[in-house]
Design a protein around this ligand. Structure first.
Ligand SMILES: NC(=O)c1ccc[n+]([C@@H]2O[C@H](COP(=O)([O-])OP(=O)(O)OC[C@H]3O[C@@H](n4cnc5c(N)ncnc54)[C@H](O)[C@@H]3O)[C@@H](O)[C@H]2O)c1
Length: 353
């Protein structure tokens, strides 16, 4: 009896020892597996990083080479966007740069649609363009009024069709010291210069996305890269529109809408009357014809950002690398920008004719 009990006990001990060995072996197996998994994941990560670095390096070199080659290739050898038969809408197309854009686009045999608040100027432009045998559609639109923009976008869609190229050109400036700018003018400047571009994009972008192609070009300003004297409202509105375009572009790219092209044009002073009385000391004002010509070229080349003149972009970028006081010294004593703006005429609100 005693013997049987001892044997029983021995059996139980052996069983327990067997179980312990089994669970120890399992433990070792688990440790080895998790080590294998960690090493495998680490190798996978390293390989992924190497492939990613190789792809980014290759694409970086490719894009730099492409940009260099494109910048030195004459336009005659480049595959420029055709404007013939395209529905192109120009806001603020009855005056200044807008009018020059419309005339040139019509000569490219585009189907031009003009939105402007100045009915009389638009009628004169329509007569001129039609007389020369080109197509033009004109609509009186107040770009400071969102509902008016949406209403006319529907009318244009019904009467003309989808828009291939939208050119946000309309702009206004007050040109007064900050504390003298009436509140309603600050609001109006943002409505015309900035917010109207949001509403036109909302109105026309969906059909561009649906068709997988389209182009939104916006006329900004160099004051959207360097805030200048007596331009708190104007400069702010132009900085905002540059940010809007850049952000929208990123969004479209990230969503794979690669057929939609965005172009921002940032000109220096233009001799249209907008900055009447200003006396820039180093460089004469640009002529609206040359700004229109360069803007159309930027659209045809599908440029993302085009400063006019081109060199201004590099000069203005310097402000990010030099001391602020030095930047002010250059503005005030070398380029004499505040002095140039001080002689600007007082703002007059654009009137519907
Ligand atoms: N003139 C410059 O020195 C200069 C410099 C840099 C950038 N820009 C920009 O170039 C673009 C064209 O300027 P411009 O010099 O030809 O101006 P402009 O004043 O000669 O013409 C602007 C046009 O916009 C229209 N407009 C104004 N308010 C409107 C509204 N509420 N609704 C509809 N239309 C309206 C006007 O009737 C006019 O036809 C603007 O965006 C301007 O900010 C001008």
């Amino acid at each position: 009896m005693r013997r049987a009990a001892i044997e029983n006990l021995n059996g139980t001990v052996k069983k327990l020892e067997g179980k312990q060995e089994y669970s120890a072996a399992k433990k070792v197996q688990r440790i080895i597996y998790s080590m294998y998994k960690s090493v495998y994941n680490a190798i996978l990560r390293i390989v992924t990083i190497i492939l990613e670095v190789a792809a980014v390096s290759w694409l970086s070199l490719y894009y730099i080479a492409e940009a260099i080659i494109l910048s030195i290739t004459p336009n005659s050898l480049r595959n420029l966007k055709s404007l013939r038969g395209r529905n192109i809408l120009v806001t603020g197309g009855a005056g200044g740069v807008g009018q020059e854009l419309v005339i040139r686009l019509a000569k490219f045999k585009a189907n031009v649609i003009v939105w402007d608040i100045n009915e009389k100027a638009m009628e004169q432009l329509k007569a001129k363009v039609t007389e020369e045998g080109y197509k033009i559609h004109t609509y009186v639109v107040d770009l400071s009024d969102r509902q008016n923009i949406y209403k006319n976008a529907n009318i244009v869609r019904d009467e003309v069709g989808h828009i291939d190229i939208l050119i946000n050109n309309a702009g206004i400036v007050c040109g007064q010291p900050f504390l003298e700018v009436p509140d309603y003018m600050i609001e109006k400047t943002y409505q015309v210069n900035t917010l109207s571009c949001y509403w036109t994009a909302k109105a026309f972008l969906p059909s561009m996305i649906k068709r997988g192609s389209g182009h939104i070009a916006t006329v900004g300003s160099l004051t959207g890269l360097l805030g200048c004297y007596n331009c708190t409202d104007y400069s702010g509105s132009k900085y905002a529109i540059i940010g809007f375009q850049e952000s929208l572009w990123n969004e479209l790219k990230a969503r794979g809408h690669n057929g939609i092209v965005l172009t921002t044009v940032a000109p220096y002073f233009i001799n249209t009357g907008m900055f009447d009385g200003c006396k820039p000391s180093h460089m004469p004002m640009l002529e609206p014809k040359e700004v229109a010509k360069r803007t159309i070229l930027a659209i045809r080349r599908e440029e993302f950002f085009c400063s006019i003149p081109g060199s201004s972009l590099y000069i203005l970028a310097l402000k990010n690398y030099i001391p602020t006081k030095l930047s002010w010294l250059f503005q005030n004593r070398v380029f004499r920008l505040p002095q140039a703006m001080q002689t600007m005429r007082k703002f007059q609100e654009p009137q519907a004719a």
